[in-house]
Design a protein around this ligand. Structure first.
Ligand SMILES: *[C@@H]1O[C@H](CO)[C@@H](O)[C@H](O)[C@H]1NC(C)=O
Ligand SMILES: *[C@@H]1O[C@H](CO)[C@@H](O)[C@H](O)[C@H]1NC(C)=O
Ligand SMILES: *[C@@H]1O[C@H](CO)[C@@H](O)[C@H](O)[C@H]1NC(C)=O
Ligand SMILES: [Zn+2]
Length: 574
């Protein structure tokens, strides 16, 4: 996964809460009633109770197993083993078959087969594009749609200059009794290991599923996704049909305590922002710089950039967006959520549309990173990330280029961003009498001597993901049952955990700022959840950075979740 904004947001809120003297605030709350219930009776952010599998003997037997030290050690060792196979992907990888660097994935499969012999012998294993793994676990009732669970086998590279900052070498997989160290320990080999361990444990206990379960593991989530999830998606759609799955869980956000009061918020991603990279190229005549024009290509490009930056995207918060659902949950159940903003949420719930505008503003105006995170949640963001131009100090630049990165708001689109980009910078092209070509169309016919050309850089564009049905009032019960099953499963997994059993849990829909393999899986089901079942505390130092390490207890928590997810779906009749 690219970004753990939710979890980072959680720690940030924790820091702020501590700063605002959490003790005083909590002391003033009735200990029996840990959160503000002013909106508690509303229909917003509906919560359902924990959902424990009815096969309680099996569930209990597995829980007992999961609580043993031996099990924890075995699981930690399994993760260590596969961390030691450095399945790094890079942006310059050629397709499978044309690049020997993919061959390490074969070594990974060998290790997996040794670790999970029963899974490999009991489930049907299909290799897609040589190295993607798809496991099919046949259920006895073929009329029930299968459930799909996914993770990725690849990891990001380690920056060589940071090697000396790692406490243990990044591909050592060293387990020190608490932490499992190495690249992939958090992202995403722990999901892979926890899912396979759940299957193996269920098999060992004689479980025979009624529903079919499918597990799919891609090989290039951290780069293009075309050799991995893209190929898996084609296979799955051809094999199981369009909309052929009841639900899908992939990596994503986890849980934490962002608003004090000991209340755990779990935030499955039920939407993803869209993505676009815009390449801007300004060309002007060259020549000697002793007799320059007033504006060189670089000056004009600078003007394009400042024009873009002085026209940020307006706030765009709609009642039906994932962003609003998230804020609704925070306001409803977060003890330390700012009360003035809670009042605005309340007004929006009473159909006060002016309050929606005020709410968006108030969220963005929160101090520091808090406001920035809300802004990213409710707008299309724009970042000028690359710029080049000029070759020599006495030569006029004939070309200057920039790339601007967009993360597109849920209710916008790639074409809307392209159109706004074009109309925003049109005056610059006109002012300099330059021809403006935007995404294949000539928008302004200027001098033949210079031009501004806009295009999608590297073909990188992605529409915002369709919103997963959740418990929004307008949706039918039928549509929201998978979400309720997820919510109940998360709560049951936390209730069963020695560490979290005494916590109150709120499950809220969240919008992901980055993208996962699920971007390839939209045709397979509407019910897509990007959820990792782990807390920020589970990580020593985050993902994609030095000292990536996962707490071994957290690995067991993931197994708890995946096991109950399978059992609960096996008992569901929808
Ligand atoms: C808000 O409007 C919707 C649809 O127009 C309506 O169904 C709902 O009852 C209204 N809610 C309130 C609190 O007025
Ligand atoms: C813009 O360029 C065109 C083509 O070279 C020229 O005919 C026209 O006069 C120029 N306009 C201005 C305002 O300089
Ligand atoms: C989903 O299906 C549509 C229509 O068949 C197809 O054009 C599109 O590429 C598919 N999307 C993915 C991500 O596979
Ligand atoms: Zn990942």
């Amino acid at each position: 996964m690219f970004l753990l904004a939710f979890v980072h947001a959680l720690s940030l809120f924790q820091a702020i809460a501590a700063h605002e003297s959490i003790q005083n605030i909590l002391a003033s709350l009735n200990p029996g009633l840990q959160f503000d219930t002013s909106l508690h009776n509303s229909e917003s952010c509906k919560q359902t109770p924990p959902l424990f599998p009815k096969q309680s003997t099996l569930d209990q037997a597995l829980e007992e197993l999961f609580r043993t030290d031996k099990f924890k050690k075995q699981t930690a060792n399994a993760l260590s083993t596969i961390i030691r196979v450095p399945t790094v992907t890079n942006d310059d990888f050629l397709p499978v078959g044309q690049d020997s660097r993919w061959e390490l994935f074969g070594d990974l499969h060998t290790e997996l087969q040794l670790l999970f012999p029963l899974v490999f012998s009991s489930l049907k294993v299909t290799k897609i594009n040589t190295y993607n793994l798809v496991f099919h676990w046949q259920g006895s009732n073929p009329s029930l749609k299968p459930v799909l669970t996914t993770a990725h086998q690849d990891v990001v590279p380690v920056e060589p200059s940071t090697l000396n900052q790692w406490k243990y070498p990044p591909f050592s997989g060293f387990y020190d009794g608490t932490w499992i160290w190495g690249r992939g320990s958090c992202d995403d080999k722990s999901d892979l290991i926890s899912q396979l361990t759940s299957i193996q444990s269920l098999l060992e206990h004689g479980f025979l599923p009624i529903r079919t379960f499918v597990f799919a593991y891609g090989i290039d989530e951290e780069s293009a996704g075309t050799q991995g999830a893209g190929k898996i998606a084609q296979y799955l759609e051809a094999t199981y049909g369009r909309d052929g799955f009841a639900a899908l869980v992939d990596e994503g956000y986890g849980f934490g305590i962002p608003y004090g009061g000991d209340i755990l918020f779990a935030g499955p991603g039920t939407g993803e922002k869209g993505y676009l990279d815009v390449h801007v190229e300004v060309t002007t005549p060259g020549g000697h710089s002793s007799v320059p024009p007033r504006h060189t290509a670089i000056g004009i490009l600078a003007s394009v950039i400042t024009t873009l930056e002085s026209n940020p995207y307006p706030l765009d918060l709609s009642r039906t967006s994932t962003a609003f659902q998230q804020v609704e949950c925070e306001a409803t159940y977060g003890p330390l959520f700012p009360s003035s903003i809670r009042d605005l949420v309340n007004r929006v719930q009473h159909n006060d549309s002016a309050a929606l505008v005020e709410l968006a503003r108030a969220l963005v105006d929160l101090e520091g990173m808090r406001g920035r995170l809300y802004e990213a949640l409710i707008t299309t963001t724009q970042a000028v990330d690359l710029v080049t131009g000029g070759v020599k100090v006495n030569a006029l630049p004939e070309k200057a280029e920039a790339v601007v990165n967009y993360r597109i708001a849920q209710e916008s689109s790639v074409s809307a961003v392209q159109e706004r980009f074009t109309s925003t910078i049109l005056p610059v092209a006109q002012q300099h009498n330059l021809t403006l070509r935007a995404f294949g169309l000539v928008v302004h016919d200027g001098s033949s001597e210079g031009s501004v050309t806009l295009s999608t850089a590297w073909g990188n564009s992605l529409e915002p993901a369709p919103r997963t049905p959740t418990n929004l009032g307008s949706e039918s019960d039928e549509e929201t049952r998978p979400y309720e099953l997820l919510m109940g499963t998360i709560k049951a997994a936390l209730k069963a955990s020695p560490e979290y059993s005494n916590k109150e849990v709120v499950v809220m829909p969240t919008l992901m700022f980055g993208n996962t393999d699920t971007a390839s899986y939209w045709n397979l089901t509407k019910h897509i959840y990007r959820y990792g079942h782990f807390s920020e505390k589970a990580m020593y130092n985050g993902e994609h950075t030095v000292n990536e390490a996962l707490n071994a207890d957290a690995l067991v928590e993931k197994i708890r979740f995946h096991t109950k997810w399978i059992l609960n779906w096996d008992e569901a009749e929808f």
